[in-house]
Design a protein around this ligand. Sequence first.
Ligand code: 4AD
Ligand code: MG
Length: 462
Amino acid sequence: MTSRLRISSINEKLLNQSVTLNGWVRTRRGSKGISFIQLYDGSNQNGIQAVADEVLENYEEISKLTTGTSVSIIGKVVESPAKGQAFEIHAEEVRVIGASSGDLYPLQKKGHTLEFLREIAHLRPRTNTLGAVFRLRNTLSWAIHSFFQERDFLYVQTPIITANDAEGAGEMFHVTALDLENLPRNPEGKVDYSKDFFGTDVSLTVSGQLGAEVFALAFTDVYTFGPTFRAENSNTSRHLAEFWMIEPEMAFTDLQGMLVLTEEFLKYVIGVCLERHEEELEFLQKMYEPKLLETLHHIHQTQFETLTYTEAIDILQKSGESFEFPVKWGIDLQSEHERFLTEKHVKKPLNLIDYPAEIKAFYMKQNADGKTVAAMDVLFPRLGEIVGGSQREDSLETLSRKMKEHGLLGETYDWYLDLRRFGSVPHSGFGLGFERLVQFVSGMKNIRDVIPFPRVPGNANF
Ligand code: 4AD
Ligand code: MG
């Protein structure tokens, strides 16, 4: 193949020049000896129109081009008379690379439901919708690295196979090389993991946090960006069994310091999308979320609100709303409560801090009241929780006691206590669910539509 110019790089400097574009036919329509081919190559939202005249020697073939056919088009860049596009291509040559058997191609011109598209997850990246979503996803991932790299954070890759349950919720996928049909047993009849590959029972990680803390106490500011796994049976529009998490961890930083960074971070990555993806966002707004741009601009400009958990419970109790799950101090907030607080009460992003110790993980710093911990959840409209984090318990005594209470002592966790034995410092960190961020920015209702191949209860296809 000769040159590989991408459609997104066509600009006025190329006017009247001949270029070669490779891509797939989205649609072809004809009128009086002319074919209009809408070509796309994934580099922009709208693709580009190529106009082919019947003088072309293979016009017969061109006039029968079907959706999904891959082609190489050589032609001149001209200003387009059509509305909504600056340029088009006057084709000098249209060569078919791979035919697409017309009627059998599942992606026809008419719109398809997102549910149907999930069943053809190997073809759905070629649609307008998934195209927009995955260009946003790409930019968000770049913006995340860029934000932290600009601020001298070290990117650290924590392991995926681990013996520790960082969140203590017991929702882990076991990893084993044992023969499941013929398991070795110890004298008590339990599975003998000393015979397994790692000599112990291991799982897929639910969070890279504990490893990130190790690195924060050596490099001060670090972040992870990697896959995490949860075997929770939550069949909702916001949960995946395999998702990506960004986990910054900062030494010499308390909860207040982290609140400032979190807000700056979320505004930064949303700002980059607003700057670079007008076409994608306008498309998604038209199709799926009528107030998408307004909400994103609002969040980018507004100052986040902060409330304590105790204040939030009070507000919920006095709200006069009838919630499915009754509200009293000590409950884990449900999505209906979170959405009421952020959408109806403060009407902007909300940092909820100082949760009851009982409903949060063992590593969170105990507050002076003895009942609450220095936790932070960031709640977004339409979504509820997008970020969860905390200041970490840095007192050896308090942490040892809490770990004992949670049954987390022994070799698996002793190294974690060493961080408090040797040069302990106040430190804080959070986890941002990457797909929840993509979901929010793209306005998609279901998290399954913002990850290439969703893993959810009962489904690991593709
Ligand atoms: O609140 P979580 O469980 O916090 C942690 O794992 C901490 N160790 C993070 C830290 O402090 N370093 O998860 C963090 C975020 C949630 O706020 C949510 O956005 C996302 O991860 N998340 C999920 N996203 C998709 N599917 C799931 N099943 C998710 N569970 C959590
Ligand atoms: Mg959480």
